[in-house]
Design a protein around this ligand. Structure first.
Ligand SMILES: Cc1cc2nc3c(=O)[nH]c(=O)nc-3n(C[C@H](O)[C@H](O)[C@H](O)COP(=O)(O)OP(=O)(O)OC[C@H]3O[C@@H](n4cnc5c(N)ncnc54)[C@H](O)[C@@H]3O)c2cc1C
Ligand code: FES
Ligand code: FES
Length: 487
């Protein structure tokens, strides 16, 4: 058992043992290392002022991703390369091409957001030599600027792409060396780091994780920390002990088979994006609307399910696809339909000592229709007022199978079983759909909150069913009759 973690910070390899389980990377950088380039704007993953790059091995390949240092716990960073804005210019002795482009294009005014933008644009610059405007906007979804306006920053991204990385760039030219060091730093046994009686525990494998959770059933599991980080920065909660799982490669398998897609609980949205976009395009489009790029780089599908939130976006989308959840612990794996995991608000079917291991998404049948609609006040980086998944199999234009599930409409993500019953066995026509809409009032009694009123939610889900009908019947023109259903 070791009592430390090791990583590379900019150009320096470090072993760190003096930290608590909820110490954030941002506090550590600013307070302990005096690296004050990364700023704290919101401390909740929204503004991107704190963005730093974290390099890690994914399937043995080194990738650098922008992350929100304000909600990332230091204990999750073993065997990574942390890169702050200070490193970009210093290593070259001149401004980095992204920094020069920001100067040339007047992309900075008060400058508070600028280091975060620079880091997000550097992540894009490293991975995408010819970014489209869409690519740039997606890369910047998680960065807010109050002064300059985004046009100048987008122009800077385009200008930076005229200069390519070469061997002198430490992140590009030095990649092989860094990857090899990170391989050496991977844990071979459980690490427990204690400070002031509070513990951070890093299992070396999922077998270790099961054993630890059997002894510590009340421990808080932390994967990407995009929910748990806010428990600390916004609710000032103490978490002790914390069991970090984001580094466990066994939880990061992503496998496509003729039967469907197996997604390990530790797979991040970014890791899953290409596969899901290819296999189930509507699911891919949903992922692009979850958080900003930094949140997608950290947040996991397993965490979105495990937290049991009624407004998580992936559970309704997965339930409509008929997904199956695998929980695991010292007694081995246990499988259940995903929908039965959510018992009631704040209560899930997870026994003490169990963890979410994976989710299996059955491949939609040939000819089946599938759609996901997310309703939120802002298109980007916003939590849903309602999010619905629709899956439909027809036989001779009669509804053979239909699964509809919504988040934001009840205390859990929930199937619309009365609506499904009103549709099953009926011809798939506008009349059937109109007649079934009323059954949503049997299925859901939504609340009014700051995201939407109950009346808005009730109307929106009915219109979304009509939208689904119109899309499946291939007449998008007809959608114009239902503008309130537009995304
Ligand atoms: C700015 C911002 C924007 C966001 N936007 C969205 C959005 O658009 N849509 C959306 O749905 N969510 C959104 N979220 C919420 C969050 O990103 C997701 O819920 C995410 O999927 C959580 O995953 P994580 O790995 O970060 O979980 P963590 O924070 O690490 O954990 C979340 C919960 O799950 C538990 N847990 C994690 N992994 C496991 C496991 N394997 N087994 C058992 N328990 C586990 C933890 O103990 C905790 O209770 C946003 C968050 C932020 C900060
Ligand atoms: S400080 Fe705003 S995202 Fe971290
Ligand atoms: S330059 Fe002032 S917040 Fe962006």
């Amino acid at each position: 058992m070791t009592g430390s973690i090791s990583f590379i910070l900019n150009g320096e390899e470090m072993e760190v043992r003096d930290f608590g389980p909820t110490e954030t990377l941002l506090d550590w950088l600013r307070l302990s290392r005096r690296l004050t380039g990364s700023k704290e704007g919101c401390a909740e993953g929204d503004c991107g002022a704190c963005t730093v790059l974290v390099g890690r091995l994914v399937e043995d390949r080194l990738v650098y991703e922008g992350v929100n240092a304000c909600i990332r716990f230091l204990g999750s960073l073993n065997a990574t390369h942390i890169v702050t804005v200070e490193y970009l210019a210093a290593a070259r002795g001149a401004l980095h091409p992204v920094q020069s482009a920001m100067v040339d294009c007047h992309g900075s005014q008060c400058g508070f957001c600028t280091p975060g933008f620079i880091m997000s644009l550097t992540a894009l610059w490293l991975t995408n030599p010819k970014p489209t405007r869409d690519d740039i906007e997606r890369a910047l979804q998680g960065n807010l600027c109050r002064c300059t306006g985004y046009e100048a920053i987008i122009k800077a991204a385009e200008k930076a792409s005229e200069t390519r990385a070469d061997a002198s760039d430490p992140l590009y030219g030095g990649a092989e060396k860094i990857a090899s060091r990170l391989r050496d730093l991977a844990l071979t046994e459980t690490a427990t780091i204690e400070k002031d009686g509070e513990r951070s525990i890093l299992p070396a494998s999922i077998a270790d994780l099961a054993t630890i959770l059997a002894c510590e059933p009340k421990a808080t599991i932390v994967a990407g920390s995009t929910d748990t980080g806010l428990w600390v920065t916004k609710q000032m909660r103490k978490l002790d002990p914390v069991v970090f799982i984001g580094h466990l490669s066994e939880l990061q398998s992503l496998a496509v088979t003729p039967q469907g897609i197996h997604i390990g609980a530790g797979v991040t949205y970014t890791q899953a994006f290409d596969t899901l976009s290819r296999e189930i395009p509507a699911f891919g489009r949903l992922i692009a609307r979850i958080g900003g790029q930094q949140v997608r780089n950290m947040g996991t599908i397993g965490g979105n399910i495990a937290n049991g939130s009624p407004i998580g976006d992936t559970p309704p989308a997965l339930i409509a696809l008929g997904a199956e959840l695998t929980l695991s612990g010292v007694n081995g794996p246990r499988r259940l339909p995903l929908e039965s995991y959510f018992i009631e608000y704040g209560k899930q079917d997870r026994k003490p000592g169990e963890f979410v291991e994976s989710v299996f998404v059955p491949r939609p049948k040939a000819g089946a229709h599938y759609a996901v609609y997310k309703i939120s006040k802002r298109r980007d980086e916003d939590i849903s007022a309602a999010c619905g998944g629709f899956y439909l199999e027809l036989e001779n234009n009669t509804v053979k199978t239909i699964r509809i599930a919504f988040g934001g409409m009840a205390g859990t993500p929930k199937r619309a079983s009365a609506v499904e019953a009103a549709l099953t066995g009926k011809p798939w026509t506008e009349e059937t759909v109109k007649a079934a809409q009323a059954a949503f009032d049997t299925d859901y009694q939504p609340l009014t909150d700051w995201r939407a009123t109950a009346d808005y939610r009730r109307l929106a889900v009915k219109n979304l069913l009509m939208r689904f009908y119109l899309e499946t019947t291939g007449n998008p023109q007809e959608l114009k009759r239902y503008p309130e259903a537009a995304e």
